[in-house]
Design a protein around this ligand. Structure first.
Ligand code: SF4
Ligand code: SF4
Length: 439
């Protein structure tokens, strides 16, 4: 019987790890659809970001209550991995509580800590469910979350609650069996949270208790393996990608926009045509981005790291004043488009035009033009995402490749081109005006 259980466990574990690896590899390929960009400078500052923003969740602490609840769920996830390690080793080796004889008196302390975390995760997830579905916090209830994204958030919270309940029930039944002196369930000492509840199970027979303990054990570990494979399809992928995303975050001051060397070169050649002879004829440069492959891999890593929390949208002045723009939707659209292209490549081996582009089919001109480039979204994002960078590239494409801009903007552009100022006033008149002002 034990051998069959071991075999079943190894098969389930192997399938889960393989499927996760396959999807993770596809996501990596999708991220690498983006053009290359070097983000390896200043490693010390980058590791500092990983420690403060990803591990320390620094930006979350702007709202202390939500931050503490989120921290419980996050810490529970990280620390309970030690408990999962024991379950996996037990499953593979056909043992029961493998770490107990190794750790001695420390073991019930460790499990007690996990149980406290599990109880806090339960409370945290319950409050998050209430905030989303009963209180209906505005940023968690906007229309871009209609359908799958809203269900996704609820599924994750409910799954975490169920997993924690299974863990606590398993421990309670285990301790009842220990008290009955069952030989397979060695005495470990009482656990902190479930210890007081063992009396609830004391009237049950050994057979019933073993059935409860084994059912909870199996459902708990199968649930975790299923959760592992659900992650890549969910916004909860951020629990993994937040770390590399913090490392590769933009270290430049927020207001600094990316220079365009191709434009600089064009202007230089216009002003100094004699340089053209020394300039090798290269590819015609592309300005801005129209689709996912025109963005950088960091933009796509951003899209896959987005937690859909909506803090960016809640701070966006365009969104607050009723415009169509939502930086969260920009990230969700970018990820959806990367997934669509990635799926086509996985199916046919290469990407051929499918008649769609990120610009217009996913993100409209109206959304792009509403952006004030204020950087509030970048400032607010807890996982170092930069929606503005994507907006600017799409907008550059619109203006520089398609000359698509509102009439007022085009007038301003031609004024800058001809008069070196946004106003319809020649440079001479402007000088005269300045002299008059001073005189
Ligand atoms: S930079 Fe644009 S998208 Fe971001 S908050 Fe400001 S207006 Fe909104
Ligand atoms: S971009 Fe950042 S702030 Fe906006 S929804 Fe995604 S994770 Fe939240």
């Amino acid at each position: 019987m034990l051998i069959i259980q071991e075999l079943l466990f190894v098969i389930a574990f192997g399938i889960a790890v393989y499927l996760f690896y396959r999807k993770a590899r596809q996501i990596r390929q999708n991220i690498l659809l983006g053009r290359d960009v070097q983000l390896n400078d200043e490693p010390a500052a980058r590791w500092r970001n990983v420690l403060l923003l990803a591990f320390g969740q620094k930006k979350m602490f702007r709202n202390p209550l939500v931050a503490v609840l989120h921290f419980f769920v996050y810490a529970g996830f990280i620390i309970i991995n030690v408990e999962i390690l024991e379950i996996i080793l037990d499953g593979i080796l056909g043992k029961h509580r493998l770490f107990s004889p190794l750790l001695g008196g420390l073991y019930p302390v460790l499990i007690g800590c996990f149980e406290i975390l599990a109880a806090l995760v339960l409370v945290g997830c319950a409050i998050f469910l209430i905030r989303r579905n009963i209180v209906k916090v505005k940023r968690l209830y906007q229309h871009e979350l209609d359908g799958w994204p809203r269900s996704d958030a609820n599924y994750i919270l409910i799954t975490e609650i169920v997993l924690m309940l299974l863990f606590l029930t398993m421990n309670t039944a285990d301790q009842a069996l220990q008290q009955h002196g069952h030989e397979h369930y060695m005495a470990t000492g009482a656990f902190w949270v479930t210890g007081p509840f063992v009396s609830l199970f004391s009237g049950l027979s050994d057979g019933t208790l073993i059935a409860i303990e084994r059912t909870c054990w199996w459902l708990h570990i199968l649930g975790i393996l299923a959760f592992l494979n659900y992650l890549p399809y969910s916004k909860h992928l951020h629990i993994i990608l937040a770390f590399p995303n913090a490392y590769y975050a933009d270290l430049r001051p927020k207001g600094k926009m990316e220079n365009m060397p191709a434009v600089q070169k064009e202007v230089q050649l216009m002003l100094q045509p004699e340089l053209a002879a020394d300039t090798p004829a290269g590819d015609i440069p592309k300005f801005g981005a129209k689709d996912v492959p025109d963005l950088t891999w960091k933009n796509l890593l951003d899209a896959y790291s987005c937690t859909e929390c909506g803090r960016c949208t809640a701070a966006c002045p365009a969104n607050i004043t009723g415009k169509k723009l939502s930086p969260r939707k920009i990230m969700m659209d970018t990820r959806d488009r990367a997934e669509a292209i990635g799926a086509q490549i996985a199916k046919t081996g290469s990407f051929t035009e499918d008649g769609k582009t990120l610009l217009r089919d996913y993100i409209t001109e109206e959304e792009l033009r509403a952006c004030t480039s204020c950087n509030a979204c970048v400032q607010e994002c807890p996982v170092s995402i930069n929606p503005l960078h994507i907006i600017l590239q799409l907008r550059r494409h619109l203006v520089m490749e398609e000359s698509s801009a509102p009439q007022e903007w085009n007038m301003m552009f031609s004024n800058i081109e001809n008069n070196m100022a946004p106003w319809k006033m020649s440079p001479d008149d402007r000088d005269k005006w300045a002299v008059e002002m001073n005189g």
